[in-house]
Design a protein around this ligand. Structure first.
Ligand code: ADP
Ligand code: MG
Length: 690
């Protein structure tokens, strides 16, 4: 029986109509149901003696009915009352409006009761408890709790799962090789699928989860590995060999800079150049904390690509950023003869046509832009390199557009850049099909950003600091959580802050306003003014979080700092401290919430993105910090990328061992892995583009 092709309506109690409700939960067939895991369990295995029941608690007790249940009516309301004893203590049990129960409850009989305790004076009673005899209890003492949708109940789901498990008959091949299971002490697939839904005791579902979580990650790891392998063996790129002239030009470019490249930048550039000399297309992730100077690495990549006779594309997630990169890169590369254009949604139709035309004739070397560059009419004569900045900001759709663009005979080399701090082990999984360059070094002379928390009452002092900053000809960001005032909250809005600062506090200074609902060219204009030093204080929402670079900005005031995630605050703060000037970040918050304050304290103590990410994890618990959704990976059902460190490491180790022996996963055993990926994650092997 093929579960993947069997609709739920083949089950009892699941009509066509009901199966439509299951579809809302992404359960389209029996296999989906099998892999639709409980979000929790109702666990009645902990039985407490009656003398320990407490008012308000929900408890499970084992007790004998010691008095004939008494049914009483008032009008249409009824209640049924009886006494329970465990030999030492007596409490009562009461059921409202369920008169039929009086026939089911037998005196002198022992049952398991589960319900809420209420205290009246010195006596305790269980309110509307559920009850089971010994056999029923054994079957139901641990019950799965599933995520639901309107119209479905736990019982419907449990029942459907129960029927599916009865049909299961071991039809799925266990994709994990025996050796892997042994090394990691994992249970079989059959056992795990049954026990994750219907555990008989606490430990069974822990075992089941461990195995299934391992498998989930293992298959994704394997799929990404296969993708990488495929890319390496099938796709052909332009081999960009450096001639002596190119080497000379690269060296000249390096000495034309106003600063020395950092060791990390040099290593990353070397990684790029080495990759581009290969016939396999480069597929590399450049990961570097905010301010580590990734743009410079990109610049050298672009120059190398162009001097080798090719063309390149550099994409940024927002037009502000694209524009900024355009300015930085054109001022650096135009003087050495590289022709660069900016192409965004704001580019006029005429200009756009000119750019497209020049690109096709290769009169143009580098195009910098937003995803607008990816439209079908852009044809480059000889594209050899694509670079994506702030990779994590791009949606999946935009990324597959990039993949479309790349469907040429020669694949361009590809570099993606990201500031998201991802622990290495996790990176291996999330970016399993990418090579990794890590920039773990900031440019010389950077001073740590002094970070402080402050309250509203400190504002007069803060205004003084602001004025001093402007008097030193340095600039300021003021970040607000909202664009405009709202009746619903008393959060500071960018608009009201802008008014206050420009009219009341600093009428003599240039205050600018920037937020997401401005038109793109307005945003660009404000940004240009700010970078040109025409604006002293820029009031903004988080639109400036992405990559904006103005080294002369040295003070950042973040209002309602408690409203932002740690990672986001880290990114925001990364807008300052971009030169050898001293920078100060003030986290303004009147929150009394201890957790919130602790999070802010973390930022005051460290500037290391990894440390902050880890702390965030501890304090906030899991979330989609790493943006797995955006990476186009399947949503993990079981694995928790934050907490399951051990599993992540074990998966890596086991998988590594396998490919050392069988790099193409050709053996019988390993073919089962490939089959399972195709069966369970067909979309993964089809065209995920990281
Ligand atoms: P990010 O990695 O966050 O994208 P940027 O590329 O925007 O960082 O660089 C941050 C700032 O550091 C820019 O102003 C850039 O000009 C400057 N910068 C880059 N490399 C160096 C270096 N080696 N020495 C000094 N400053 C540098
Ligand atoms: Mg950047």
């Amino acid at each position: 029986m093929n579960f993947k092709q069997t609709s739920l309506s083949s089950l009892n109690q699941v009509s066509e109509k009901r199966s439509a409700l299951f579809k809302k939960l992404q359960i389209n067939n029996l296999e989906d149901l099998l892999f639709f895991f409980p979000r929790d369990y109702e666990d009645w295995t902990e039985i407490i003696p009656l003398h320990l029941v407490e008012d308000g608690a929900t408890v499970t007790v084992k007790a004998k009915i010691i008095s004939q249940p008494k049914l009483q009516y008032r009008g249409r309301l009824s209640w049924l009352r009886t006494s329970l004893s465990d030999g030492a203590t007596v409490i009562s049990a009461i059921w409202f409006n369920q008169p039929w129960l009086s026939k089911k409850l037998q005196v002198d009989f022992e049952y398991y009761f589960h319900g809420k305790v209420q205290r009246q004076g010195n006596s305790f009673s269980l309110q509307n408890p559920q009850f089971f005899d010994q056999t029923e209890y054994e079957q139901q003492k641990i019950q799965a709790i599933y995520p639901l949708t309107a119209g479905l109940t736990q019982n419907l789901l449990r029942n459907a799962v129960n029927q599916t498990l009865a049909l299961y008959d071991n039809y799925l091949i266990d994709p994990l090789p025996d050796q892997v299971r042994q090394d990691n002490q994992l249970s079989t697939l059959e056992f795990s699928l049954e026990k994750i839904h219907q555990p008989q005791d606490k430990y069974e579902h822990v075992l089941a989860r461990k195995r299934l979580a391992f498998e989930e990650l293992f298959l994704v790891r394997a799929a990404l590995y296969l993708l990488k392998r495929k890319r390496q063996s099938e796709l052909i790129a332009n081999v960009l060999e450096p001639s002596p002239q190119i080497r000379e030009k690269m060296n000249a470019l390096r000495s034309s800079l106003a600063f020395e490249l950092t060791g990390a930048q040099i290593r990353a550039i070397n990684d790029l150049l080495r990759d581009m000399r290969q016939v396999q297309p480069m597929n590399r992730l450049l990961q570097g904390d905010v301010g580590s100077g990734k743009t410079m690495v990109a610049a050298f990549g672009l120059a190398y690509a162009v001097w080798s006779g090719g063309q390149a594309i550099f994409m940024a997630p927002t037009s502000i950023l694209a524009m900024q990169h355009f300015e930085t890169l054109s001022s650096m590369l135009e003087p050495v003869g590289i022709k660069i254009e900016l192409l965004t949604g704001q580019t006029s139709a005429k200009k756009r046509r000119e750019i497209l035309d020049a690109a096709e004739k290769q009169e143009l070397d580098v195009i910098i832009g937003t995803h607008a560059v990816l439209e079908k009419d852009l044809i480059l004569n000889n594209p050899v390199l694509t670079i994506t900045d702030e990779q994590h900001r791009f949606g999946v759709a935009q990324r597959s557009a990039l993949a479309d663009f790349e469907q040429k005979r020669f694949y361009p080399h590809r570099l993606v850049m990201s500031a998201t701090p991802i622990p290495r082990t996790l990176g291996l999984i999330l970016y399993g099909d990418l090579d990794l360059s890590i920039m773990d070094e900031l440019p010389q002379g950077r001073k740590p950003i002094q970070t402080y928390t402050a309250k509203s009452e400190d504002m007069p002092r803060i205004y003084k600091i602001m004025r001093q900053t402007v008097e030193r000809s340095e600039q300021i960001y003021v970040v607000c959580p909202l664009i405009e005032d709202s009746d619903l909250t008393d959060l500071e809005s960018a608009e009201s802050t802008y008014e206050k600062l420009s009219q009341k506090i600093f009428p003599d200074l240039q205050v600018g306003l920037m937020h997401g609902s401005l038109k793109a060219d307005q945003k660009n204009q404000v940004m240009e003014q700010f970078v040109a030093g025409e604006i002293d204080i820029l009031v903004s929402t988080t639109v400036i979080e992405v990559g904006v670079d103005n080294p002369n900005a040295t003070l950042m005031l973040i209002q309602n700092a408690e409203r932002f995630g740690l990672a986001q605050l880290h990114q925001l703060r990364g807008r300052i401290g971009r030169s050898d000037l001293v920078s100060i970040c003030i986290l303004l918050s009147d929150s009394e919430d201890e957790l919130a304050l602790e999070r802010l304290k973390t930022l005051c103590q460290t500037q290391d993105g990894f440390e902050i990410a880890e702390q965030d994890l501890k304090l906030r618990g899991p979330g989609d910090f790493f943006g797995t959704k955006q990476h186009g990976l399947p949503q993990f059902k079981l694995i928790n990328l934050y907490q399951d460190h051990q599993i992540i490491e074990r998966v890596n180790r086991s998988f590594q061992k396998i490919i050392e022996q069988d790099p193409d996963l050709k053996s019988q055993n390993n073919q089962n892995i490939v089959k399972a990926i195709k069966q369970r994650y067909p979309e993964l092997l089809m065209g995920i583009t990281l």
